[in-house]
Design a protein around this ligand. Structure first.
Ligand code: HEC
Ligand code: HEC
Length: 337
């Protein structure tokens, strides 16, 4: 009887921990973030600014409190106006031919020369129409820092490495034209690896995929060549560290370390999962995300397909083995009756 009581007590506390404490702790330490299904309409940014005002109300010092609330209130108004503009521009009909002429000026930076510009190497825009969302692109051309939700890092958003775009594409019609050109001409079949190279590799290496912050790693004929390349990668990483405050992690096995839901909502809006993080919002479309994620899975778990293909054969082996073992046992025991 005593044993049963002990068992009941142990079972009780185990169940309380399992159904009560664990989910509670989980929801506190790792809050659940709902994404916006890769729609970039400013909803999350406006909510973040509104929350900042709420948080400021808890500040003790009255003078400081007033100043912080004043600043946060201006921020909220700025974000509302910004995204209202973006939504309005998205309704303007763009002209791809005029957009192409303006797009030529983007090539001053996005030219594939591999030169670091203010922190990172500007990415190739070959598939930008498939990779990036239309409203996100409009926002990016209006103000890259606000679009990628890192404006809190800048006193003046012109200082963002792509900030000067605001002086190149200035009117709503021009923005609509460039975006129309990108959305109709910079499209095409997007391979998972290419998606990663264009959207992530300027910051993140993927060792298992042979990708560094300089792009795909070439084959080397001599050790000297390999070392020279390594030095270039280290210099590039230093520049990125100076820009981001830390070196972005290698993403080879991130698909194992983090759930798909986390990675998805993090990429859609990094601030939602890691407030204050320096990783910018990248503005991927759903298709763009799926391609990038496919690549992360391919490098994180390269033998997944082979393993799945092998599964049925392993089960077949066990079935056959069980039958043989049973027959053998019968033949061994038959004389013992
Ligand atoms: C002064 C150099 C410069 C010019 C000019 C420039 N860009 Fe960029 N662009 C950059 C840099 C640097 C980045 C990477 C910024 C980062 O990762 O923080 C970038 C990033 C981008 C991205 C990816 C952004 C994201 O968040 O995923 C797109 C798309 C883009 N640029 C489009 C354009 C277009 C279109 C134009 C022309 C209208 C243009 N850029 C002009 C430097 C430039
Ligand atoms: C302009 C640089 C930049 C670009 C582009 C970028 N990231 Fe990041 N990323 C960072 C930085 C910096 C961190 C580290 C964030 C931190 O710890 O605050 C990071 C962190 C991450 C993390 C780790 C989050 C965690 O805590 O586990 C993931 C996952 C990630 N990035 C995915 C991506 C993917 C996928 C892409 C391309 C679609 C991408 N990033 C593009 C800079 C970048």
């Amino acid at each position: 009887m005593k044993e049963f009581k002990i068992l009941a007590v142990v079972a009780f506390f185990t169940l309380v921990t399992y159904w009560g404490v664990e989910p509670f702790a989980h929801s506190q330490m790792h809050k659940h973030v709902e994404g916006n299904n890769f729609a970039y309409d400013g909803k999350a940014d406006v909510e973040e600014s509104a929350m900042a005002i709420e948080a400021a109300k808890n500040i003790e010092n009255p003078a400081k409190k007033a100043a912080v609330i004043d600043k946060a209130t201006k921020k909220l108004a700025e974000k509302k106006a910004f995204w209202a503009d973006v939504n309005a521009i998205s309704k303007i009909k763009g002209n791809a031919a005029s957009g192409e002429a303006l797009f030529a000026s983007c090539m001053g930076c996005h030219n594939g020369s591999g030169v670091n510009m203010g922190g990172v190497i500007p990415p190739s825009l070959d598939h930008a129409g498939s990779l990036y969302d239309k409203k996100y692109l409009i926002a990016l051309l209006k103000d890259p820092a606000i679009a990628s939700n890192v404006d809190h890092k800048y006193e003046n958003t012109m200082m963002h490495p792509m900030g000067t775009v605001k002086t190149m594409v200035t009117t709503p019609q021009q923005i609509a034209d460039v975006v129309e050109f990108i959305k109709t001409k910079k499209v095409g079949k997007l391979e998972p690896k290419q998606a990663f190279l264009e959207a992530c590799a300027r910051c993140h290496a993927d060792r298992y995929g042979n990708i560094t912050q300089l792009g795909e790693m070439p084959k080397f004929k001599t050790e000297k060549e390999a070392l020279e390349y390594k030095i270039k990668v280290l210099a590039e990483q230093d520049a990125i560290k100076a820009y981001m405050g830390k070196l972005p992690p290698d993403l080879s096995i991130i698909s194992r370390a983090r759930s798909e839901h986390f990675i998805k909502t993090f990429i859609e809006n990094p601030q939602s999962q890691l407030p204050g993080t320096s990783m910018p919002r990248v503005g991927l479309t759903k298709e763009g995300f799926e391609k990038v994620y496919t690549y992360l899975e391919e490098t994180g778990d390269p033998s997944k397909d082979a393993r799945h293909a092998l599964g049925p054969w392993v089960i077949l082996f066990f079935v056959v083995f069980t039958i043989l073992a049973y027959l053998w046992k019968k033949s061994q025991w038959k004389d013992l009756h």
